[in-house]
Design a protein around this ligand. Sequence first.
Ligand SMILES: Cc1cc2nc3c(=O)[nH]c(=O)nc-3n(C[C@H](O)[C@H](O)[C@H](O)COP(=O)(O)O)c2cc1C
Length: 329
Amino acid sequence: MDNSAPADLAPAETATLARAVSRAPSVHNSQPWRLCVRGSDVDLVERTEIVLPRHDPEGRDRLLSCGAALANLQLAAQALRRDITTSFPSHGDVAATVHTRPGAAPARADLVRYRAIGRRRSYRREFASEPVDDVAQLLDTVEEPSVHAFAPASVGVLAEMLGFATRVFRSDAAYQRELETWTAHTFGRYALGAVDGVPEASFGDEPLPAAGLVRRTTPVPDDVRLAERLAAETLVVFCTDDDTRRAHLDAGVALQRMWLEATARGLAGSVLTQPLHLTGFREHLAERLGLPGLPQAIFRCGHPVSAAPPSPRLPLGELLAHDLPGRPE
Ligand SMILES: Cc1cc2nc3c(=O)[nH]c(=O)nc-3n(C[C@H](O)[C@H](O)[C@H](O)COP(=O)(O)O)c2cc1C
């Protein structure tokens, strides 16, 4: 006999949620999350054992990634005709809990974004020259009061600072070792079994900003050339009022929602956080650009000229956490 309450999530619904979460972007494609379904509630659990001491020494990007996964989880629950509320425990490994109950069909904009989840990929290439229409509408996707999306009017300062960061990362041997560890060889003789990491084919060999992740061989354009490249792209800096765990999650949610909206509009994009982890970089950037808060991520988007390669994912079964120690009943 089935004793579950009618509001409980059925296995097929859980699979839909897990698929959506699995497709979220994450730092180095590390997928630092698990799901724990309890009746009609879903915990998004942060996998704090995933550490990137060189790229993400403070674990900020791990929480931003969980935020991106949370955006997908919320959209998927709504697509399943569930009304949702989200709570954010202040301690422990549960980043957020989405409480669901049977409800109405989602708003059209949310359904459109949900459907874009499977098509979104990191596009680390130059864009077509066609400009992005209605950037203001993209900026409007940010709903979180503590998150501010800022489109810089001029890119000279950004070019100068990104150029500097690129040169630092290129010659940082420990950083490069860590990046190599997180490079997924998705074809060729090392291809077997890659379930995480950034695929080799996704790096490309273009200079910044398209390079996204700087490797030893990444060409560094001079500041003038870099400024020209940046000026040809639509750039959005995601800032938050402070550096709390909640701020990082909110920034991740907002970033992913904008990325999905862009995808739904036929645009492509990628995220840069790498330079923001250099000591003092964010504070300096905030001051020089007059940013409305602390920068957490830079989103670049435009019209794609080709398809971006897919990246691997952990099997869905590994996403669904069971028997986590210390979980409340
Ligand atoms: C918080 C966060 C930080 C990221 N930082 C970078 C970055 O600095 N450079 C970059 O090229 N991609 C960055 N990415 C993109 C990830 O590498 C990408 O999402 C992951 O490899 C999965 O690939 P996909 O986006 O194509 O699904 C970041 C993504 C997130 C969520």
